[in-house]
Write a protein that binds this ligand. Sequence first.
Ligand code: FAD
Length: 600
Amino acid sequence: MQTHQYDVIIVGAGGAGMRAALESSTRARTAVISKLYPTRSHTGAAQGGMCAALANVEEDNWEWHTFDTVKGGDYLVDQDAAEVMAKEAIDAVLDLEKMGLPFNRTPEGKIDQRRFGGHTRNHGEAAVRRACYAADRTGHMILQTLYQNCVKQDVEFFNEFYVLDLILDKDLAIEDVPEGEEVAVAGVVAYDLASGEIHVFRAKSVVLATGGAGKIFKTTSNAHTLTGDGMALALRRGLPLEDMEFFQFHPTGLAGLGILLSEAARGEGGILRNGDGERFMERYAPTIKDLAPRDIVARSMANEVREGRGAGPNKDYVLLDLTHLEPAHIDAKLPDITEFARTYLGIEPYTEPVPVYPTAHYAMGGVPTNITTEVLRNNTDVVKGLFAAGEVACVSVHGSNRLGTNSLLDINVFGKRAGVAAAEYAAGATIVEMPENATSAVVAQLEAMRQRPDGERVADLRRELQETMDRGAQVFRTSESLTETLTVIQGLQERFSRVSVQDKGKMFNTDLLEAVELGFLLDIAEVVVVGALSREESRGGHFREDFPDRDDANFMSHTMAYRRRTDGADVDAAGIPPHETRLDTKPVVVTRYQPMERKY
Ligand SMILES: Cc1cc2nc3c(=O)[nH]c(=O)nc-3n(C[C@H](O)[C@H](O)[C@H](O)COP(=O)(O)OP(=O)(O)OC[C@H]3O[C@@H](n4cnc5c(N)ncnc54)[C@H](O)[C@@H]3O)c2cc1C
């Protein structure tokens, strides 16, 4: 076992982690730990754009952007955080431009901007061009630009190191720590994929930037690696997760596959049609039609299919029609995603409409933070030295439904804030002692899974989890579907305690790490479903057929989910220890905009 010591440890080398590293590494001794080589992070798969009210092509301002974000999130957005994001958006884009990002340009040489769902002028009057972009590979360009600048700045990386535990000075999953009492971070425990060795990283500050958890679903736009690690690590140590029931289903996944076709396709003029050729969004969102926010479009599509107006032999998808666009325009603005349609479905988008259906895309919930990115351990206290940014976090700028292009923005704005805050905290802090047994839980779990000669197979459990989540917790949810899903998840957790891996070796044992990731997925799926069951209303991405209306009187608050171990002990074998999930609420921060009915 090796021990390292840094001022700041950043877990994750996606957009949020690397943006944080660029700030932190100039101020404090910083290392970035990433289970992937940095440029393989999912940020690199982002397509459509990053928004900011630059007003380069149309009148716009940050206040309209704030309003759209709040309304898009169905009023569950913390408005102070949305204001910060919309105001700092402009510098976030200009920072990237200065770092060398090749944005598309207007004929005058300014950064070009395109339309995206839910982004409007003057509080909903008409769609506005707010998304800055680099063709349909904006995330790729952001990730490469940030990585190049990290290299230039000599940021230290530990690549293909998996963080498997978060160490606090008190384990809140076991101990009662009264409100107001100080709890601090001590570091993380990681596993080196190449050698199979355990490494302990002691640090004054830790930034969680581990991204999303889309792999709890079968049909998803997310990469295989998005297994909710950072969220699960926090949950297991007794920290809350906020608003996990809100998961975004992106309207245009390739039918049957879930691979994403960016909303930029509709921003550039693409139209959704049902099996009868009808532009059905005119019925659901008469003003902005196909550019309504994602929750509304996804639900409308699913509804067309349910009511028998789907396309294809089984009428189980709808069509994204680009055939009226000039091929040259498609090639210039949407080259990658049209290639996906050709490669994966054998469809020629110049002449044929593309079959699409909603795909699990984005976790609105996550590790709760304040606007300085400090992680909360309850509604008021922060964990000293612990920060989170990006998709793993819930600073609540997305509320119950994220607007397209607001996540690439979120990771830049709050990634930067996290880097500054973590370094500043470290400057005045001392390293917290690690408990003596800091690595024992991780080592015991890995050894149990490796040594068990025979047992449950990871791939089987994962498939069952993903299929049950698609069946019971997707676009449409009911008490019955969710209860059934929860029962399946609990059964899978029990079977997970007998999981065994085929590869018994130490070096490059990805089999073993997939088993660990499955444990994270099971944790996260449970919290999503428990939250969805208790939220007896429909809001944003969470639609309950048995409670189809938004209910501000009873549910205008954030959900905070906590896990307590009921055996009082540490994890001593593979498996999820006996636990209970407790739900609490947290008030929504309202500054300027009182909740209204959401119409587009
Ligand atoms: C296909 C697709 C297209 C998208 N398009 C857009 C778009 O156009 N506009 C927009 O705003 N948003 C878009 N999004 C959403 C947006 O890209 C993501 O929400 C955002 O990039 C997440 O960034 P992140 O830095 O939080 O996480 P990621 O980029 O996912 O990075 C996570 C990092 O954490 C590391 N990590 C995870 N677990 C561990 C662990 N246990 N130990 C060590 N390291 C770990 C990984 O190695 C990785 O480096 C898209 C998403 C997808 C999937």
